[in-house]
Design a protein around this ligand. Sequence first.
Ligand SMILES: [Mn+2]
Length: 344
Amino acid sequence: MKPEFIAGDEKRFFEFIGNLQEKDKIAIISHTDPDGICSAVIASRIIKPDYIDFINYQQGIYFKVVENLKKRKISKVFFLDLVVEGEKEAIREIEKFAEIVVIDHHPLTADLNSRKTIFLKSESRFPATYLCYYLFSKIQKIPSWIVAVGIIDDMPQKYNEKNCNKVFLDFEIERFQCDLWRVVSDISFAIAYFKNKEKEVYDLLMRARNPEELKINEIVKKVRKDYEFWLDRYKKAREVYGNLIIFTMNPKYAIKSFLINKISSISENKDKAFIFIREEEPLSISARCQDKKINCPVLLQEAVKNIPKTQVGGHVAAAGARVPRKYLSDFKKNLIEAYKKLNH
Ligand SMILES: [Mn+2]
């Protein structure tokens, strides 16, 4: 399956890679999820970055990124699995001192190709890991299990415990014998464990020649215990309002997205809307509706109405929000009403 780029020119990418010089200072900025981390690992095998950082979208984050790149005298920047179209100003600022490659698959909102920027964008259905594999494996062989992990995690509607090995055939990646599902969930747990220190997971993946060499059993055990506890709580304590399901949780590790992805992608749950709330300051809220009957950002936007200092973002089937903790009950009340309204 060859990815189709809806913006950008592959040829320019290969010229860019061919023109990299010893004196270049290279940075990779990638997304904090498995797709982003695996993308960074694949790219790093070939371009040997001097600086690497993992970010998640939040207000003002690109301002910090620009400062960091400047300070480190970076001359080439790779943005992977990140939406940068809303950050035109930051991109134009970076172009004053560096050249840029963007490889992404989130919905296209603007074409940022310029003399200094190679902006490669595909449709959402091709994970960034796969785009990186497709491009970089033309230069050097890439270990297939790392590619498989990134793709599977990005496609919870398609891959599960039983069919995950199909990824090798579906994406024409060389088969690798291992308990692939186990590796995928172990990596997700490791990311939860190292929340905000995702580079640790990247380093583990860079060092390991095969999944056995990851040696993360102890870490995984801790997070899995937390995960199983909250999965059990979910079964007993979730609030059900027709097809709207709300669950408030207070886990030790960052397992909320993993749990909501797992539960919402079960086939009998496809028509339901899920809202998981992590009790921290501010509340961290995830919304999922796999069949897209409910538009998640619209639902959340309605639910934060009249609540100060909130943030909402995301895609139709998966979105997130931040709400000050003291407004938990207002948020829930609004949410139930908004759901009723949107479901009619
Ligand atoms: Mn992705």
